[in-house]
Design a protein around this ligand. Structure first.
Ligand SMILES: Cc1ncc(COP(=O)(O)O)c(C=O)c1O
Length: 479
């Protein structure tokens, strides 16, 4: 099979090196990655504990041995010992085209030499060029001639917050539907929308938010039922009927529930659910902060795979490949509902961030990038299915959409009980073999990856061998 590497270079799968003996991360320094000379981990650890807020200490993938990230290039990250790891986390999906992608770095430098920041009260070419690129990706499933516009902010949470404000202003309705297990950020309204107790402070917020069932096809109430998508959609109708005044402002969903365990919404669910929402006067909001930005491969936005036309798309993270950004894309008419009052944020539309994002969009929309993502995603899926086939008693489920993939680690395949301890142990063993993954789901038993989109077939092989070896090491002869 012939595959393109780094969005362009062509090479053959047969040249993939087999890692037959123990997989080890490599030490690697060269001209581009000189040996590390900054603060030691101990110094950084001490300063972090002393000067940064303790709430930052609550969420670690490796609590016993945190990763000290000192340099990064494309799909690789380096620790202070110059050891190279494949970053399958993409730093929470923030890295799309690759860490320090040279074209994005060049675009940032060019912009910084011209003007670093400019308020939205002045005109500048950078935000308009980005908005033009974004509008060109808007799905037109309903064949409408409507105009779309973009509002740029500085984070995904701000974008979600604004999307809900817009839906309320436009519809005149207040209640908003979200899904259990979803994650939409941690500002007050996004935290209210988020359906995970681990992310909710015990404070008032999220007024008017009603949660519907997560259409979980693996452990949910209707898992295994051929009518499950319809039945889950009926829950949306029931929530509207029993928990709202019968009118709603919006239904917001992640096309793939990400932090909640990487569950792609099942086919057939959204068209029905969205029909009930529209009947109740609500707008459809697709939160594509993680799932969009070209990551599905076959489409630019994951919602396109489900055949529903959103009124609003929210994005962020990978859109700018690591710089702070959020974007709300919507029908012009929706945007006009808030146009009679000031709505602005200081760094929304920052020209430097927009220059990075515009270059990212250019790269993402090139044919060679799209075919690379599609091919390498397929290889990862085949690889994960091979792992499940080999170890069906511990890998209960493989879930994927484009370059978002997960292995659900279970105690046994019948009860499907999450095996958190094993997943955490596997995460550490996989890291020792040069690959960084994350865990997800309330049970923290889902091994998840959302890598830079430039990962290669070699990385697929390395990952497969690292996971297989880790499973063998952890479970030993008990398998
Ligand atoms: C689906 C989704 N929406 C919104 C957010 C919030 O984005 P940010 O952390 O940039 O505020 C996130 C962050 O992980 C997310 O995954």
């Amino acid at each position: 099979m012939i595959i393109s590497n780094y969005f362009g270079r062509i090479f053959s799968l047969s040249c993939i090196r087999a890692y037959s003996s123990s997989v080890k991360p490599t030490k690697q320094t060269n001209e581009e990655i000189p040996a590390y000379g900054g603060l030691s981990f101990k110094e950084v650890e001490e300063k972090r504990h002393k000067f940064l807020s303790p709430s930052l200490q609550t969420y670690f993938f490796f609590p016993e041995n945190p990763f000290y990230l000192t340099r990064a290039r494309m799909q690789y990250i380096y620790d202070a010992n110059d050891t190279r790891y494949v970053d399958l986390t993409g730093q929470n999906t923030s890295i799309s085209v690759g860490h320090n992608h040279p074209r994005v770095v060049a675009a940032i430098k060019r912009q910084m030499e011209s003007v670093v920041h400019c308020s939205t009260m002045f005109y500048n070419e950078s935000p308009v060029l980005l908005a033009e690129q974004l509008v060109a990706t808007v799905p037109n499933i309903s064949n409408s001639k409507e105009d779309w516009v973009v509002h740029l902010v500085s984070s995904g949470s701000e974008a979600v917050d604004l999307a809900i404000m817009l839906a309320r202003a436009y519809t005149g309705n207040f209640d908003v539907l979200a899904l259990r297990s979803s994650y939409h950020g941690l500002l007050s309204t996004p935290m209210g929308l988020t359906g995970l107790n681990t992310c909710k402070q015990n404070i008032a917020g999220g007024f008017g938010v009603k949660h519907c069932m997560n259409p979980d096809m693996f452990r949910g109430q209707f898992a295994g039922d051929p009518q499950a998508p319809d039945k889950y959609a009926q829950d949306v109708r029931d929530v509207i009927q029993y928990s709202t005044p019968g009118k709603v402002a919006a239904f917001i969903f992640e096309p793939v529930i990400m932090v909640g365990g990487l569950h792609p919404l099942p086919q057939g669910y959204l068209p029905k659910a969205c029909e009930y929402v529209r009947e109740a006067g609500g707008l459809i909001i697709s939160d594509e902060v993680q799932t969009g930005n070209g990551r599905p491969g076959s489409h630019f936005w994951a919602v396109e795979k489900y055949g529903v036309q959103p009124d609003i798309i929210v994005t962020g993270k990978g859109l700018s490949n690591g710089l702070p950004i959020g974007a709300v894309m919507m029908r012009r008419e929706v945007a006009e509902s808030m146009a009679h009052k000031v709505f602005f944020s200081t760094y929304g539309s920052n020209p430097t961030v927009c220059a990075a994002a515009t270059e990212v969009m250019r790269i993402l929309r090139e044919d060679k990038t799209v075919s690379h993502i599609t091919n390498v995603a397929e290889l990862f899926l085949e690889s994960f299915l091979r792992i499940q086939q080999k170890y069906p008693s511990i890998i209960g489920d493989v879930r994927a959409l484009g370059l978002l993939l997960a292995l659900d680690v279970v105690k046994d395949p019948v009860s499907r009980q999450p095996d958190r301890e094993s997943a955490q142990k596997l995460l550490t063993l996989i890291r020792e073999r040069g690959v960084i993954m994350t865990t997800g789901g309330l049970g923290k038993n889902v091994l998840r990856m959302n890598p830079p989109l430039c990962v290669t077939p070699e990385d697929v092989k390395l990952t497969e061998n690292a996971i297989l070896e880790s499973i063998e090491t952890h479970y030993g002869k008990s398998l």
